[in-house]
Design a protein around this ligand. Structure first.
Ligand SMILES: *Cc1c(COP(=O)(O)O)cnc(C)c1O
Length: 407
C-alpha cells in the first residue's frame, strides 16, 4: 500500500493554557490599550518588552503591530526615506521589499548563495550609494555574521535584521537580531511565537529606539515603557518624530509572554523534526540538502532543499506527486506568486533587476513548513515519501507536469 501523510502543514499548536488565562484576565479588566493602566499597574506590553529584551540581551525593546511594521519602523528610525536605496536579499518574502517601499525607498536586491544566504561579493559591489542593508535571515538561514558586519562596517552601511525566521536562533552564540543596529521579529501565526499578528524590535541605540517608540504611537506616554531609553533620548526627538501608529496591545502581549518563557523548548522540538527530515533525505538522488554552518544555531520551523538543474516540468511533477501523498511543498521558482512564495521579479514596484544566480537557485528551491503539531514519526513519514517521490521523478523521463510517469 502507498504510504500517505495526513497531517496539516498549516496547523499550529493551541496557545498554552497560561496564555489563555492571561488573555482572559486582560479581557475581563478591559484595559487592552497598552497605555491604559491603573496606578501601580505595569502593562502586559511593557512586561513583554522587558522580557524579550532580556531574552535577546538587548538594552531596549519595542512591541508593535506586525513584523512588517517593525521593519518599516526600523528603517524610518534610521532616517530612511523617499529616493534612498536600501539593499536587501533577493531571496526573501514580500513584506521585506514591501517595508522598503513603505518608506518610499527603492529596494536593491542582493544575490543568493547555495546556502540560501546573502552573497557577500554582490553585497560589496552594491554597497556604494546605498543607505542601509535590510538583512533577511530568510527561512532561518544565517549568513556568516562576522563577515557580513565586516563588509557593512567597511562600507558604512547600517544593518537592520529581519529575524522573522530566526527568533531564538544565534550566530556564534550571539542571538539573531543583535548584530545590526536594530533587530526585527514577527509574532504572526506562522512564526516562532503566535499572537495572530505582532512584531518586536530590539536595539542598544537610545536615539534609534526613542524614535521607534515615538513612531509606533506613544502619545508622549513613553514613560510607561520599561525596556526603553531614558527621557533625555525622547526630549531630543519628540517634536521631530511623526506618530505612525502601530502599537501592540495588551491582549497579544499577554498571549506571548508564556510562549516566550517556553521558546527554547519549542526551538529544540523544531530542530528535532528537522534532523529527522535531514537524515531521511540525506541520500536522495537529485536532491541537495542545505549545508548548515557550525556557528549557526538555527531554529528550523521550516525545511528547504534544492533540486539542482531540474527542469520546471520535473519540479511541477514532483509537487503534484507529493501533494497526492499529502505533502504540501512550496516552490520558490514558480513564475506566478502563490501564497507566501513570490519571486523578486513579481515585486514590480521595485526597479527590475538582473539576478541570475538567485534565479538559478530559486528554480530548484523547495520549501516545506514544519508545524509543531507534527511528531518525529510524522517527519520520518514525510521523509520516506519525499525520498521515494524525488528519486522517482529524478530518474524518470518526465519533462512536464502534464505527462506524469506511471507509478
Ligand atoms: C512574516 C515575515 C515578515 C513580516 O511579518 P508580519 O508579522 O507577517 O508582518 C517579514 N519577513 C519575513 C521573512 C517573514 O516571513
Amino acid at each position: 500500500m502507498t504510504e500517505r501523510f495526513t497531517g496539516s502543514f498549516t496547523q499550529q499548536e493551541p496557545i498554552p493554557e497560561a496564555g489563555v488565562e492571561a488573555a482572559l484576565r486582560v479581557l475581563r479588566h478591559g484595559r487592552l490599550h497598552r497605555y491604559n493602566t491603573v496606578p501601580g499597574e505595569i502593562a502586559e506590553a511593557a512586561l513583554l518588552e522587558e522580557e524579550f529584551a532580556a531574552f535577546t540581551g538587548a538594552r531596549y525593546c519595542l512591541a508593535v503591530a506586525s513584523g512588517g511594521y517593525a521593519l518599516g519602523c526600523a528603517l524610518r528610525a534610521l532616517g530612511i526615506g523617499p529616493g534612498d536605496r536600501v539593499l536587501t536579499n533577493a531571496f526573501t518574502l514580500a513584506p521585506v521589499p514591501g517595508a522598503v517601499a513603505a518608506v518610499g525607498a527603492a529596494p536593491v536586491f542582493v544575490e543568493t548563495t547555495e546556502a540560501l544566504t546573502i552573497d557577500f561579493d554582490d553585497l560589496a559591489a552594491k554597497a556604494a550609494g546605498a543607505k542601509a542593508l535590510l538583512l533577511s535571515h530568510m527561512r532561518g538561514h544565517i549568513c556568516d555574521m562576522d563577515r557580513l558586519m565586516a563588509v557593512c562596517d567597511a562600507a558604512g552601511l547600517p544593518v537592520v535584521e529581519d529575524c522573522a525566521h530566526t527568533m531564538g536562533a544565534a550566530w556564534r552564540g550571539v542571538p539573531s537580531g543583535r548584530h545590526g543596529r536594530m533587530g526585527c521579529y514577527s509574532t504572526q501565526t506562522y512564526k516562532h511565537m503566535n499572537s495572530g499578528e505582532g512584531g518586536l524590535i530590539v536595539s542598544d541605540d537610545p536615539d534609534l529606539m526613542a524614535r521607534a517608540i515615538l513612531l509606533s504611537g506613544s502619545y508622549m506616554l513613553y514613560g510607561r515603557h520599561r525596556a526603553a531609553p531614558p527621557p533625555e533620548a525622547f526630549e531630543r526627538v519628540k517634536y521631530l518624530t511623526p506618530n505612525v501608529s502601530g502599537r501592540m496591545d495588551n491582549l497579544r502581549a499577554a498571549i506571548l509572554r508564556p510562549q516566550l518563557a517556553d521558546l527554547p523548548r519549542q526551538c529544540a522540538r523544531w530542530n528535532a523534526l528537522y534532523r529527522v527530515l535531514e537524515a531521511g533525505l540525506a541520500d536522495t538522488p537529485g536532491l541537495r540538502l542545505i549545508a548548515r554552518p557550525e556557528a549557526e544555531a538555527y531554529v528550523a520551523s521550516s525545511f528547504q532543499f534544492l533540486l539542482p538543474g531540474w527542469p520546471a516540468g520535473k519540479v511541477r511533477a514532483l509537487l503534484s506527486r507529493a501533494a497526492a501523498r499529502g505533502i504540501e511543498l512550496k516552490w520558490f521558482g514558480a513564475a506566478e506568486p502563490a501564497g507566501f512564495t513570490s519571486r523578486h521579479d513579481s515585486w514590480r514596484y521595485a526597479p527590475a533587476q538582473s539576478l541570475p544566480r538567485t534565479d538559478r537557485i530559486l528554480a530548484g528551491l523547495i520549501d516545506m513548513r514544519l508545524p509543531l503539531t507534527f511528531s518525529e514519526a510524522d517527519a520520518s513519514c514525510i521523509a520516506r515519501i519525499l525520498h521515494a517521490e524525488v528519486g522517482a521523478v529524478f530518474q524518470s523521463d518526465t519533462e512536464t507536469a502534464d505527462n506524469p510517469v506511471a507509478d
